[in-house]
Write a protein that binds this ligand. Sequence first.
Ligand code: FES
Length: 210
Amino acid sequence: MATVKKTTGTSKAPRKNAAEASAELTAPTSTATVDEGEGVRRRDFIHIATVSFAGVGAVAVAIPLVSQMSASADVLALASIEVDVAAIQPGQAIKTSWRKQPVFIRNLTPVEIEDANKVDAASLRDPQTLAERTQPGKENWLITLGVCTHLGCVPLGAASGEVKGEYGGYFCPCHGSHYDTAARIRKGPAPLNLAVPEYVFLSDTVVKIG
Ligand code: FES
C-alpha cells in the first residue's frame, strides 16, 4: 500500500501502463519498503534500548537516594533528647547538647520572670514575650539554644558564676551581645533572640527536646 501511495503521489509523472506500474510495484519499490521497515525497526530498537537504559539508570540512581533517606540509628538517636530537670533549682541553669549544639535549660526565679514580663515586647529588636518563648504553666522553664545569633559563639550565663550581662540573662563576650532573662537580645550586634528549640514536657520534670 505504501508503495502505491508513493507512485500515485507524483501527479505530473507520465502515466504508466499496467506492466510498468506492475514493475514499479514489485522489485525496486518493495526493496525500498523493506529498507524503510528495517530502518523503522532499527530506530525502534534504538528507542527501546534507550528507554531500557534510562530505566536502569533511574533504578541505579533511586537506590542510593533511598539508602541516603533511611537515617541511621545514631542519627535518629540525636534527633531528640530527654532531660530530667528536677535537680535544676530556681536561678540555676544547665548546658546540655542536642544535635551537636549547646542547649541552655534555665529555671527562672519569680523575679527573673517579672523582669522579663515588664518589658514591652514591641520595643524589642526581636519582639517576643516570655510566654511566647515558654510553654503554658511552665513559664519558669526557659529552654534555648546556647548559640549567639550574631556569629555563633556560646554565650555565658548558664554555668554558676558566669557573667550574665546587663540584663541578667546571657552575655556573649565575642562581640558584646546581652540577652535578658527571657534570652531576648537587648544590646550588642546579635540580631535575634536565642532560638527556642521544639520541646515537650513528658512529665513534670522530664522534657523531650526535638
Ligand atoms: S558571636 Fe555573639 S556577639 Fe558576636
